[in-house]
Design a protein around this ligand. Sequence first.
Ligand code: GLC
Length: 817
Amino acid sequence: MFKLIKHLLLLCVAILFNFSLLYADSVASIINYVNTGKYLELETEKAYIKLTPVTNDIIRVRVGVKDVAGNNKYLEDYSYAVLDDVINKNANFTATRRGNNIYMRTDSLEVEIDLDSALIDIRDIKDGFSYAKDFEPMAFNEPVIRQENIEKPGLGNPFNEGNSVTVTKRLAYNEHFYGLGEKTGKFDKRRSNLQMWNTDAYGYCPTCDPIYQSHPFFIGLKDDKAYGIFFDNTYRTYFDMGYTDEDRYIFSSEGGEIDYYFMRGPSIKEVLSHYTALTGKMPMPPKWSIGHHLCRWSYYPDNEVIEVVETARSNKIPLDVIWLDIHYMDEYRIFTWDKTRFSDLKGTVDKIHSMGAKVVSMIDPGVKVDPGYFVYDEMMANEYYVKYPDGSPVIGPVWPGDCIFPDFTNPSVRSWWGNLYKVMLDQGIDGFWNDMNEPAVFNDIKTMKDDASFYDFGLNSSHRKMHNVYALNMIRATYEGVLNLMNGKRPFVLSRAGFSGLQRYFGVTWTGDNISSFEHLKLTIPMFLGLSLSGIPFVGADIGGFNDSADPELLTRWYQAAALTPFMREHTAVSTYDQEPWAYGDPYKSIMREAINLRYRLLPYLYTLFHEASNESSPIMRPLVYEYQNDENTYNLEDEFLLGDKILVAPVLERGVNNRVVYLPKGTWYDYGSGETLEGNWAYYYSAPLHVLPVFVKEGSIIATKEVGQYVDEVSEEEIGLQVYMPANDGEYTSTLYVDDGETINSEYDNFVFKLTKGNGSTNIEINRGGSFNKVKRFYLTFNGGDVKKIVADGKEVTIDNNRFYIDGNTKRIDIS
Ligand code: GLC
């Protein structure tokens, strides 16, 4: 009876949430199956289910609904998110029938399919652990067409929209969910009901959903084991992660087809590496972009821009980048600039370069309707715009007034767009900011109508299908264009909106138009961690908050919290108070300077993490659960984070407090400020008055540092400080350092591996070098918590008399031969 009431309730909720067709049709019992050698295909009365083992650890599940004649109706097999070479890959597998089940096996996974219900269970072959079992048969029906969102109803709906689809899986009482991209709310997404629909969310609230990006990918964690699911569907999708019912989680879409990839763990790290094998990794950034950035809507005219950089220099506030928001343009026409505000743009940029800083400028997708303006004229002449089914351009208001919008799904448009950046590169501009790319339109639905039509590989697809990948294609066009124009140098492109795969087109992102409040400061950590676990490592938020004006305490705490996050940019809206670190004088200025200096000191460590992210897909900023998956205390932790695996940061995120609780996971930790050690697996009440940013270093770490410069390249990597944190416990501890030229794609590099070994009462260091850049000439080692007995570099013991090893107080110097 209870179950019946629950089901009825569920149905009502589903109707309310526009899932009225949830139970309308399902794949039900299997009437036939065939093993093609590449995949296993199961036939039901209404549909075909295709199970492809992409690798031993990744299973792709697709459902093609039959047409009236009973024929197979899979949609075209391509993806904007998944790399082409993966789509056509498959691993060896066997398929056997036993009783009423079929068992499909790779080397590491077993998929059990129940012939009566077509329910799928995916299990680990080693221990039979069930990762993601269907709760109900996969369901589908006609897509939801929103009549009110049709601009030209007379044309009907000419699009092939697939089906609205639903997958429902069993939810364990102890299951947690992470990822799902850029989301507000809690870090653990269990109990959440979330939507993927890229939205211009100006001044969004701390629980508002959806906002700018869509990443239909999540990591499930139960019984200490992780798995991942990527739902490769670009329509508006929904993720009900135990919100409606504690026994099930549901992912569904308004169109397309069921097409998801299951990824095995059991570690979160392995899941992420499978996910990035599917969707790609971030290329290395130019080194300057990991410094401190200053932005405002907008710095202008030219002398103000120069003055900001000069003020940073005179205040000894390290600064690498100054940003030009929309006011630099000539009446918001992209690829132009206002000649009265910037009479000599190149001269201004040169001047900023001479002070060691770089310039990034904004380029929006909306092109002003303005005959005679070259971008508009070229678009009209070539029909490069997004159009209605009758061929007329979609026109909508954005900053410049009425605009047309490039159709970035068309390769010719992408290459045309990419070349436009030459205009800005010729002025010396160093990087680009693609904003408003949801795409945002100033109307009641904040975007284009459903029947706007896109090229989409010649399929002419609707905005319903293409909306969530508009930004992805725009960033692709920008990234590929700039890459092509920069002769082997690394592009820098910031995007507001995005979809899974954004990271492979660089895809640095920030969390949009937040608010100057402590609630929003607090929100930055779960948001960054969600993005980090969705394959987007280079993330940040507007420091100080965008909407409203930050007071000095908030700004100071925000600077501290952001100092060790991947993308560090202060930004604020038009007509708010100034938010530069010097805005309120001392003591705030000095405290913010100290936080920024800490980042600049740790640059070699940070840059190494960027390399790890682009090479191995490990996030730069990590939730504690990433490294301590067996520790339940970490499962919902969202007010502290790890920078790599060695540094733990626990910023103060509340007003008017002088302390906070810090949880340290197992092991011995060093307080970075005092050098004192603290035992982990314990929560501490830690004193943190305004000038203190609580930072801790794991025992056995060797942290690479350099002297603080006023910009990242002011101090070279010839001399590297190595801060050694002696292990309290016996064992082997590995740290690394990666150094390259910081600007070219195929740079030479040095890759050092430091091994600290503690045992038999002594500790030794072994240093090994890979690569042949030979940039690093000297290490200066400082020791915390003891000393080492022996140092071995490149296989040779380092001794005092061979002149490569100096003892100067607590510092030892090693010259590299
Ligand atoms: C959008 C951006 C914001 C920018 C403004 C003006 O609101 O999110 O960062 O300052 O547009 O370009």
